[in-house]
Design a protein around this ligand. Structure first.
Ligand code: DCP
Ligand code: CA
Ligand code: CA
Length: 365
């Protein structure tokens, strides 16, 4: 059985009382005090509670009224997403020093696959320690970590020694750990499922293990198989880095080489349409348009132009492409044409120029 369990070195890092800790970092008066991020009004809901507030039972997603009853001295503070994002980027940078396989789950947490890592460090436990140390040095905030053979166990483990701690579940400890694990601690088991499990006499991993795959699938649908396998130490889900896209392009190789510029334009129009569709789907726009031309003798030429604004509209893309196409005579027959947009606004989120504006641009001033 043990031999069948896939083993990787996965770290799950999660910031402690994230929004509340940022508030305490930025305002020293709040340190050591019960703090809640959220509105104090009777209709308010708390998004984060400092560990001092948690001693009173205050939790995120709790209504402000209830929280005030539990902790009359609770200090309410507003949120600051710019700061959360800033911290988030800093910790992500630290993660990337160790591995390219970083999968952020939210602003304050991520999975890292360090099976192979940039430091050549064989110990995921030591890497997690280093990372938490660096996070503290560079942000002034504490993080906790879970280290194990897959994402599921690493995620569960990062809660065990929270705040400012870490826990490793080594390969030989995995099965025992999962058997003893309270079903409420299973990542993916919410309130409703927990209730259902309790009614079926499932309180721990050990109880869960007595149920067959068929039974669990029948009872829990698709999640049934997930429960069946994770409790046996099997969770194949990979750490998927959501890479920041640097460019978006499309190209066509022709069945027959073409030499008429009219035909080329026709093809380029189709390509521009496809690019527009894909840009809009991922809600990005670009400033630099590149035309790629491969000639029948396989020589390759690229012509680029950077605009002072972001575009995603096919008419605007084509306008620039046309300019690039006619900027110099196409000297030979062509076997491939491509367009790509780079210098994307994935970072800045600046709005692309809309079509209505493009009409105006056609006037010369
Ligand atoms: N958050 C939110 N609403 C929720 C839960 C969380 O707005 N219902 C926000 C505030 C949290 C942040 O997301 O600070 C991270 O959520 P976590 O679940 O990781 O909780 P914390 O970081 O606050 O605490 P912990 O130390 O338990 O991770
Ligand atoms: Ca957290
Ligand atoms: Ca989190």
């Amino acid at each position: 059985m043990h031999d069948e369990i896939p083993i990787r070195k996965i770290i799950h890092v999660d910031m402690d009382a994230f929004f509340a800790s940022v508030a305490q970092l930025d305002n020293p008066d709040l340190r050591g005090k019960p703090v809640a991020v959220g509105g104090p009004s009777d209709r308010g809901v708390i998004s984060a509670a400092s560990y001092e507030a948690r001693k009173f039972g205050v939790r995120s997603a709790m209504s402000s009224i209830v929280a005030k009853k539990l902790c009359p001295d609770l200090i309410f503070v507003g949120s600051n997403f710019e700061r959360y994002k800033e911290v988030s980027q800093k910790i992500r940078k630290i993660f990337l020093e160790y591995t390219a396989l970083v999968e952020p789950l939210s602003l304050d947490e991520a999975y890292l696959d360090v099976t192979e890592n940039k430091k050549g460090n064989p110990s995921a436990t030591l890497i997690a320690k280093e990372i938490r140390q660096k996070i503290f040095e560079q942000t002034g905030l504490t993080a906790s970590a879970g280290i194990s053979i897959n994402k599921f166990i690493a995620k569960v483990a990062s809660d065990i020694n929270k705040p400012n701690g870490q826990k490793t579940i080594a390969p030989e400890e995995v099965l025992d750990f999962l058997e003893k694990l309270d079903i409420r601690k299973f990542y993916g088991v919410g309130k409703v499922t927990q209730e259902k499990m309790y009614n079926l006499g499932i309180f721990t991993g050990k109880d869960l293990k007595t149920k067959s795959l068929e039974y669990l699938t029948e009872t829990f649908g698709k999640s049934g198989a997930y429960y069946f396998f994770v409790v046996r130490g099997i969770h194949r889900s990979e750490v998927k880095p959501n890479r920041i896209r640097k460019s978006l392009g499309a190209e066509r190789t022709f069945f027959e080489n073409i030499s008429s510029e009219i035909f080329m334009l026709e093809r380029l129009q189709n390509i521009a349409e496809e690019i527009e569709r894909r840009l809009k789907k991922s809600k990005v726009a670009g400033k630099t348009v590149t035309l790629k031309i491969k000639y029948s003798d396989f020589t390759l030429q690229t012509r680029s132009k950077t605009l002072p604004y972001f575009i995603s509209d096919k008419a605007l893309i084509l306008e620039t492409v046309k300019e690039l196409l006619f900027q110099e005579k196409v000297s030979n027959s062509v076997r491939l044409l491509g367009i790509s947009l780079s210098n994307l606004n994935t970072e800045t989120k600046e709005k692309p120029l809309e079509k209505a504006v493009s009409v105006q641009l056609e006037f010369d001033f």
